[in-house]
Design a protein around this ligand. Structure first.
Ligand code: UTP
Length: 290
């Protein structure tokens, strides 16, 4: 029997320099899309996929993130007294049972691979997921649920994939599929930020990963790149020659890269247009700008 995936790592230790000056004092993950912080979207996705333990790899200055998940007795009391039941529920939905959430510090920004490695003691001997909160994906079935279903028939390691324009491949981890499948592809190679002319495909790794504890050994053997960062892509690539191998899953959904300004703005608009109370007025406003 394949063990059920219960743990998720959220690497949130990055400096978020593309959002300066905001990120001078606000963690990027707390920046708001409509009325919810960025991180809430991927958390909901993880919960919907059955994740029960949440591990955040943080860094100095991310205190607001820890507070966000904490109880807020004064606020809750206030809402309770005023009879604001709906708001009270919204606030309560953001808190976690004690012991289901853990924070680990990454002391230096040595890259995503290093951030994941920092959580090694909390994982034990079971598969887990890594979620990058920058990638917000609007889909009928949460992407992580789609991937976990696919994983249950394949095992191994799995990365979320999306086709990107060829001129953008050098911004992503890009995969080399072994065969041209439909949704699930066995991979024979993965390369981080290749030049367009060297890229093996235009299938880009999007921030959803299913990994096994073996990755920690591979990360330990992965040297830092020219920027001093340990790349998770390179460590995953080491597993392509092992059984049961590495798979890519081409997910269904509309993905926004909220790590950059344009993606963040577009996600805000797309998410607001999904809200019945905002949709019509926002649509009118957008038309008035044309
Ligand atoms: P990015 O490459 O987007 O970096 O990290 P960043 O610091 O968040 O943003 P910019 O480029 O300075 O604007 C991708 C993901 O990996 C995490 C980030 O928090 C983000 O979720 N990360 C990155 C770490 O946890 N540690 C690192 O050392 C680097």
């Amino acid at each position: 029997m394949m063990s059920k995936i219960k743990k998720a790592i959220f690497p949130v230790a990055g400096l978020g320099t593309r959002f300066l000056p905001a990120t001078k004092s606000i963690p990027k993950e707390i920046m708001t899309l409509v009325d919810r912080p960025l991180i809430q979207y991927s958390l909901d996705e993880a919960r919907a996929a059955g994740i029960e333990e949440f591990i955040f790899v943080t860094s100095r200055g991310k205190g607001a993130l820890e507070d966000y998940f904490d109880r807020s007795p004064i606020l809750e009391n206030h809402l309770h007294k005023k009879g604001k039941k709906e708001l009270l529920q919204i606030v309560r939905d953001t808190t976690f049972d004690s012991g289901t959430i853990a924070y680990i510090r990454q002391h230096y920004p040595h890259g995503l691979g290093h951030a994941v490695w920092c959580a090694r003691q909390l994982i034990g001997d079971e598969p887990f997921v890594v979620i990058l909160t920058d990638d917000v994906i609007i889909s009928k079935e949460p992407v992580l649920s789609q991937m976990i279903n696919a994983y249950e028939s394949h095992g191994g390691t799995m990365v979320g994939l999306s086709r990107v324009p060829w001129e953008n491949v050098s911004n992503y981890g890009i995969v080399e599929p072994e065969s041209s499948g439909d949704k699930i592809l066995r991979l024979k190679g993965l390369v981080e930020k290749p030049k367009q002319e060297k890229a093996p495909s235009n299938l880009a790794i999007i921030g959803r990963y299913i990994l096994t504890p073996r990755i920690f050994e591979d990360l330990a053997k992965t040297p830092p790149d020219a920027n001093g960062e340990i790349q998770i892509t390179e460590a995953i690539a080491k597993g392509t020659t092992n059984s049961p191998g590495v798979y890519g899953y081409i997910f269904e959904g509309q993905r926004f890269d909220c790590g950059n300004k344009m993606g963040f703005l577009q996600a805000g608009i797309a998410l607001a247009l999904q809200r019945p109370e905002l949709r019509d007025e926002l649509q009118d406003f957008l038309k008035s700008l044309e």
